[in-house]
Structures are given as C-alpha cells and as structure tokens.
Design a protein around this ligand. Structure first.
Ligand SMILES: Cc1cc2nc3c(=O)[nH]c(=O)nc-3n(C[C@H](O)[C@H](O)[C@H](O)COP(=O)(O)OP(=O)(O)OC[C@H]3O[C@@H](n4cnc5c(N)ncnc54)[C@H](O)[C@@H]3O)c2cc1C
Length: 848
C-alpha cells in the first residue's frame, strides 16, 4: 500500500516537473540519465555524459521559472558529482571518516573465522549478486558426462549392488545391511569413489559420484547413506587434501580396499548446530606411547549421531586443542583440530547404535576418556594443529553439494517413477487416479521439483568437476534439494493413498519417506542453514564489494587500506544506484527488453532471472546499509533473501540443465513449470521481505523500485500442470530422462521395474477395457462387477477376442500384484517376546 502511494506521488511529481520544465525534452533527459544508470557506467563516464546532457537540456529545455529552479538543482548535483571524481579530496572528506565509523561497527574476526569465510570459491552465486549476471559464464560450462569407466561402474557393480538390496529385509528384519552387501560395497570400491587411483581408489568425477548415489538411493536409503558418508566430508577427503604423505600412504590404500571403515565425529550432546563450540579437548602433555615417553595428546570427548561409528575402524575426530604447558610453542589455545584415531585405542568407547527413524544405517555415539595418542595422529601433522575448522568448512563445500542432494534426488526420481505409473494403473471412479485434476497438480509438482533437484545436483557437480568449490551453492543445495525431497515424498505418499502407508515387503515408498528427516537434519540442520548460512555467508562471500570493504578496512597499511576502501565504497554506491534503476526499468517492462544470450522458448526465464537479480542486489544493499550486523539477528529477513537467491540459482540450474540435455522440446512444460514455480516463489519471498522490513519508509522506497507494477509474476497454471503430469503417467522420453540413473531394471523384486512393465501394458489394456465399458457395460451386455467376470462376458458377447481377453487378464493380475499391500499374523510384527526393562534402555546422553 505504502509502495503504491509512494509510486503515485513520485509519478505525480515527475509529471508535474515534466509539465513545468518542458515536456518531451525533460522526459528525454530523465530517460537518458536512467539509461546511463541502467548501463552501469563508471563515475567519470557517467559524470561526463551527464554534463553534456545537462548542457543540452539547459539550452533546449523550457525556460519558465520552475524549470530554472529544476535546472539549478541539477547543476548542483553535477558539481557534487565532479567533486566525487576528485579522489584525493573525496578520500579526505568522505572515505576516511566513513571507514573509521565502519571499522567500529565491524565485529572482530579471528584468523580462523576469516579463513572459514574465505573457504571455497564464488561461482554462479556471485553473478546473481551483481544484478547483471553474465550468462556465458554459466552457459559455456561443459555439460557433465560420465567416462566409459564410470558408466561401466554404474552398469556393472552399481546395478549388481542394487539387485542385492532387499530393503524390507534390511530395515525390518536385519536392522543392518547383510554381510554380503557390506563385503561387496567394500571390495568393489563403493567407499573409494573420491580416493585417487594412485592409492587404489576409483577417483570418480563429482558427477559420477553423484549418479552412483542417485542409483543406490532409488533402491535403499540405508545403503545410499552408508555409501555417501565415506565419500563425503570425512577421513578420506581430509587426508586427500591435508594429510601428510605418510598418512596418505598408510590410510588411503586401506580405505580404498575397505580394510578400514571411516567415520567422522564432530557433533556431541552439547554442540549440535553450533559445532564450532565443541567442548571436547585434546591437551598436549607427556605420556607413555608404546613403552616410550613422548609429547602427545590426551583426548576427552563425547560424540553422538556419528554415521558408521558402530562399525568404524578409524575415527576422524574434531576437538579443541590446548597446550597449557607450552610444550609446542607459545600459544595455549590452539583451536579446533582434526585427528585420526584407531578404533581400538585405549579409552575409546564405541559400538552402540542409535536408531535413526527406522533407517538402520550404522550410526551411534563415541566417547573417549583420557585417550593418549601421539601428535602425528593430527591430520596433516602437528603443523595443522588449530586448522581443523578451516579444513572442515573448505571440504564441506564439495561434499555437501553431492551426498545429500544426490540421495534426495535419487529418492525423488524413484518417487516420481513409481507415482506416475501407479497413478495410471490405479483406477477409481472408472478413471486412472492420475487423470483427476487434483491428483494431476500434485504429480506436476513432484515432476517440477524433481527436475529442479536433478538440474541443481548435476549442474553443480559439473561445476565442481570444472574446479569450483562452491560454498554458498552447497548450502543452497543442502537446504532446497532436501526440502523438495520432503515435498516429493509427501506427494508420492498422498497419490498412493493406503498403499504408501502399509509397511511390508511390497511397500516401496515408506522407508524413503521416513528417511527424509535424516537428510533434513544432517550436515547442518535445515532451519539453521536457511536462517543463518545461505544469505549470511552469501552476503559476505558473493557480494562484489562487501568482502573487499571489510578487508580494506582491516588492512594494517592505512594508506593502502583507505585507497582500497575508497574504490570499493564508491563502486558499491554506484552499484546500488544502478541496481535500483535496473530493477525499476525491468519491473516496468517485465524484463522484455533485457538482453540475454538465449533465443527460444526459455528466453523469458533468463530475462526474469536478470530482473530478480537486480532487485535482489538492490534490496541486499539497502538491508545491509540500514540494518548492518542486526540483519544477522533478523533471521527471517535473511532467510527470505536467501530464498530469493536460491530460487534464482535453482532456476538458472534448470535452464542450464535444459541446455545440457540438448534443449529437449518435450521437456519444455517441465522447464516452464520449474522456472515459474521458482520465480514466483522468489517474488513472494521478496514481498515477504519488504512487508517485514522494519524501516517502513525505506520498505516503501524499495517496493517502488522492485514492484512498481505490483506482484505481476504468476505461479504455474492448471493447464501446464496437466501437461507436465501427462509426461510421467505414460512411458515417455521425458519420464526416462527425468528418472535417469535410477534402478528400474525389470526383475521380480524390483517394484520400479514392475511398475514400468505394467505402465507399458496400459497401452494395450486400456483400449480393450474401454471397449468392454462402452460396448458391454453401457449396453447391458456385460453385467459382472469385477474385471475378470467382465472379460469373460465380453469374450462371450464377441466384444473382445480371446487374445485380447488374455492380455487384459495378464494386465489385471500384474496390476493387482502392485496395488496389493502386505498383512501379517500378529506375532510376526512383534520383534521381542518380552518387553525390555526400562533400566536396560540406555541413552547416549546417560552414557556421556
Ligand atoms: C542421523 C544423523 C547422522 C549424523 N551424522 C553425523 C556424523 O557422521 N558426524 C557428525 O559429526 N555429525 C553427524 N550428525 C549431526 C548433524 O550433522 C547435525 O549437525 C546435528 O544433528 C545438529 O544438531 P542437533 O541435532 O543437536 O540440533 P540442534 O543444534 O539442537 O538444533 C535444533 C534445531 O534448531 C535449529 N537451530 C539451531 N540454531 C539455529 C539458529 N541459529 N537459527 C535457526 N535455527 C537454528 C536447528 O536447525 C534445528 O532445527 C548426524 C545427525 C543425525 C541426526
């Protein structure tokens, strides 16, 4: 409302000024100035061009008294602009005092914090912060592809592993993977995808690693979680990057061969999300090691939720290292440090299990009491003492882009594959349920989200293979892809009705559904990731000026600091003004005039992303300028800005994925659904940000530049939803492309293969069924209530042939097999004859 009033007032003022000051000439002058701001010229070029324009305007414009005042005002502005071009003067009177005040507001930052903040690389996320993303940077990246060896691994050992997995046996009967599966995974290199070949590993690309996880996750989340962990942030990754040669030579071949099973222990009962505050200690002291007195570490720790801990042979451990007796140097508090501890080290208690939400991957607590170890257990040796946090943050940027997003995508793909087929074969009210509008819209959402997830994981994995370590996208993928996975899992269950609810060997959805909260919680729980990390890290890391300003202000060389701060500050001011006008112009024109390098049916989405990028960059600057450090506390505002950034990022991934797949025309409805959904969400989150911005006049001003025509972007429509749903309720190329890499081989124990088989049979069966209905049931020639009876009567009445009847019977039998659910004798469901006394049920907190 306020925005609309401000807009009206400004339009009225402009109209008045134009009317008073000479109509068209004034309009041309204003348009030229807006154009200059839009094109983001340097201050000097802008000032020079403004001088020429103003001179022409003064000569040609109206000469009334109000026009004279207006022109006088513009000449004052021009004088100020020329003064700003005199750098020594501007440094003395503006930059220096401003930098002084700025420095006071900056929170102190330790070396470790700075290193963590600067960890990883800035990629497409940085472009989205500019307000004018350079598309060639994204579009020129090579599409990710699998090497022949990687493809062979997917078609060979990975296919074989999937065949071996019986999820009901694993989750309900065994509570673990069978020994044969463990052996197979260890011996065939499933735990060694990121280990270099020189150490016996597979050395797969990030993309191949991701595809392997997609495939396993489509079969069993217990297995995919088990495979994900050794290949993600953990001992192998840390050794690869920071280990001493001796450590690499010893551990990496053993890990590659599966002789060692790793885990990584950071989280504890007292330090969850705030992992940097771990109370676990390693004290440098003298002690006896293998019969000799040495300087080593005495460790005391209590960890929980540690994946693979119960079966791990080597523990990656994070603790805080202290040297109270100054045995190593003059620092007492050395900071967070990472070490590798063999399981059988005296003092370590390990082996008990947690039971994470019915998904029995190995996970449990670890405690250590006065565990004495030599200093060379530190990853990278004693010189890396205190570098643990940087190591973790740096490597998290890669692992977090792959493990959870790939597992979630594999689950979503399996969900879409199954749901599309099930919604076609399950009939109610004489129609496949997937043909009802209410169900179609849910299936369309599943498809659009799964396409987005797949695009994000594969394009980002491709970027990693190209050398990026994208820390902000890793947080965006972690949050959004797992949340989308949650939505797809919910939707799949809804469309399946009771079939999705009743557990048993025939249920192919429920364990995937149960596993969703695991993905949501691990590697930084989602609420925290959304509220604190995505925008908080992005604002500093990706913004083209903020980190430069911070570093310049802290530069101990004052003269150089002022010089750098001055360039950054004035670049920043010009950047903000330019983004305001870019946002306004693109919002008014609906970005139709925005130049983008792609010409075709997706052009408009490229243009809208540029528009949102300018609006976002402008809003970010206003928010940071006015709220400063307080923005971190206003988590909902940060979260909404993070959502806008993420939606632009994900929509860019969708467009790039579409390009990578050769611009498949059949997929266009899905691409449109995904982009519309994301950009609509970006708009609504920006609206929510403005609605809740504490400074209301500024919120109104921002609204004028961002939504001068109101919120004009629409969510995907019903007709589009119908088109999208139809692509997966039939056997189409789009369906196969979308669900690429899942395990849908036709074999008796694979529901995904069986569902596809029956989906293909619908092509023959549905027309026969229709004939029976139209020519038999409606005419009264067929009176039976069940399909087998109807088939018999229809054959007798000559409506269908014997062969057609046999085909329909076969289809009906297979369909019923898939629709059926399990039932159990009461004693089959009871796992124990006697209840366990309460006193025997220990908790890890109690142990700790
Ligand atoms: C099954 C499982 C496997 C795991 N595997 C490992 C492993 O192998 N190694 C390891 O070290 N760790 C592991 N973890 C830990 C995991 O990575 C999370 O970091 C940890 O679970 C988060 O701590 P918490 O559960 O105690 O949540 P808490 O820290 O208690 O947080 C509770 C809630 O508050 C939210 N929250 C907290 N602070 C903020 C904030 N400032 N703003 C907004 N929201 C906030 C969180 O997002 C969460 O939703 C695992 C956890 C689980 C459940």
């Amino acid at each position: 409302m306020l925005g609309a009033i401000v807009t009206l007032l400004l339009v009225a003022a402009a109209a008045y000024a134009i009317g008073q000051a000479g109509g068209l000439i004034t309009l041309l002058f204003v348009a030229a100035v807006v154009f200059l701001a839009y094109r983001r010229l340097s201050l000097l070029v802008f000032t020079a061009t403004f001088t020429l324009l103003l001179a022409a305007y003064t000569l040609l414009g109206a000469s009334s008294a109000p026009a004279g005042v207006w022109k006088g005002f513009l000449w004052v502005i021009l004088a100020a602009l020329w003064l700003l071009n005199l750098r020594p003067l501007r440094k003395a009177i503006i930059t220096r005092p401003f930098m002084k005040a700025y420095l006071k507001l900056l929170p102190p930052m330790s070396q470790t914090e700075r290193e963590a903040l600067e960890a990883g690389t800035v990629w497409w996320d940085g472009e989205l912060f500019t307000g004018a993303p350079k598309w060639p940077k994204l579009l020129s990246a090579k599409p990710p592809v699998l090497s022949a060896e990687e493809q062979a691994f997917l078609d060979g050992p990975c296919e074989e592993l999937c065949r071996m997995l019986d999820d009901w046996h694993i989750t309900h009967e065994l509570g673990d993977l069978p020994p044969a599966v463990w052996d197979f995974m260890k011996s065939r290199g499933f735990f060694a995808m990121i280990i270099p070949k020189q150490y016996g590993g597979l050395e797969f690309s990030a993309y191949a690693h991701s595809c392997v996880l997609v495939k396993i996750a489509s079969r069993s989340t217990t297995a995919s979680s088990t495979v994900a962990v050794p290949n993600s942030l953990g001992p192998a990754e840390l050794l690869n990057h920071y280990g001493t040669q001796e450590q690499k030579d010893y551990y990496l071949p053993r890990l590659a061969r599966g002789e060692e099973v790793p885990c990584f222990a950071l989280t504890g009962p007292r330090a969850g999300s705030d992992a940097a505050s771990i109370p676990d200690t390693g004290i440098v002291c003298r002690g006896i090691w293998q019969g000799r007195e040495i300087v080593g570490l005495k460790l005391n720790f209590s960890k929980r939720y540690i994946t693979l801990a119960p079966v791990a042979t080597v523990i990656g451990l994070a603790f805080r290292m202290f040297d109270p007796d100054r045995l190593l140097g003059d620092r007492a508090d050395l900071g967070i440090t990472c070490a590798l501890i063999p399981r059988n080290t005296p003092g370590v208690t390990i082996g008990r299990r947690h039971f994470p939400i019915n998904i029995p991957f190995q996970n449990g607590p670890i405690q250590g009491k006065d565990v004495f170890v030599p200093l060379d257990v530190i990853i990278g040796g004693p010189k890396m003492a205190g570098s643990g946090w940087r190591m973790l943050v740096e490597q998290l940027s890669v692992g977090r882009c792959i493990s959870l997003p790939s597992n979630a995508t594999g689950g979503a793909k399996a969900g879409v594959w199954a749901t599309g087929a099930y919604a076609r074969i399950r009939r109610q009210f004489n129609m496949p349920v997937g043909r009802f509008e209410g169900v179609e819209s849910v299936i369309a959402r599943m498809v659009g989200l799964t396409y987005t997830m797949d695009a994000a994981r594969s394009v980002t994995a491709g970027a990693i293979d190209g050398g990026e370590k994208p820390s902000v996208p890793s947080a965006m993928l972690k949050y959004h892809v797992t949340e989308m996975g949650r939505q797809v899992a919910n939707d799949a269950l809804d469309v399946h009705g009771g079939k999705g609810i009743c557990l048993g060997p025939r249920n192919y959805l429920a364990r995937g559904y149960e596993s969703v909260p695991v993905a949501i919680t691990v590697e930084g729980a989602n609420l925290l990731t959304r509220s604190l990390i995505i925008f908080g890290q992005g604002a500093v890391r990706c913004h083209p000026f903020v980190l430069r300003e911070m570093n310049a202000a802290r530069n101990p060389d004052r003269t150089q600091g002022v010089d750098e701060f001055d360039r950054a500050l004035f670049g920043h001011v010009g950047f903000t003004i330019s983004n305001a006008f870019r946002s306004l112009v693109m919002a008014l024109t609906h970005a139709r005039l925005t130049r983008v390098p792609v010409d075709g049916q997706t052009t408009r989405y490229f243009q809208h992303i540029v528009r949102f990028s300018a609006s976002f960059a402008f809003a970010v600057d206003v928010a940071m300028l006015t709220l400063g450090g307080y923005l971190k506390k206003k988590e909902n505002l940060s979260a909404r800005l993070g959502d806008v950034l993420s939606c632009m990022y994900l929509a860019s991934m969708v467009l790039k994925h579409h390009e990578n797949q050769g611009r498949q025309n059949q997929d266009l409805p899905i691409v449109e659904w995904a982009c519309r959904h994301l950009l609509y969400h970006a708009q609504e989150q920006m609206h929510g940000f403005l609605r809740n911005f504490p400074n209301r006049p500024l919120a109104g001003l921002m609204r004028f530049f961002i939504f001068p025509r109101g919120r004009t972007y629409s969510a995907p429509g019903d007709r589009l939803g119908r088109q999208v749903a139809s692509l997966v309720t039939d056997s189409t190329d789009s369906r196969e492309r979308l669900c690429e890499y899942i395990y849908w081989t036709l074999e008796p124990t694979n529901p995904l293969g069986l569902l596809q088989e029956v989906l293909l049979l619908t092509r023959t069966a549905e027309p026969i069924e229709k004939r029976i209905r139209v020519e038999g049931v409606k005419t009264g020639k067929v009176t039976a209530l069940d399909l087998p009876g109807q088939i018999q009567q229809a054959i007798a009445a000559g409506i269908i042939t014997e062969t057609e009847g046999a085909a329909l019977r076969d289809y009906d039998r297979k369909t019923l097999e898939l629709i059926n659910v399990d039932d159990f004798a009461p004693d089959e469901l009871s796992r124990r004859a006697e209840p366990v006394p309460q006193s025997q049920a220990r908790s890890s907190a109690h142990v700790a």
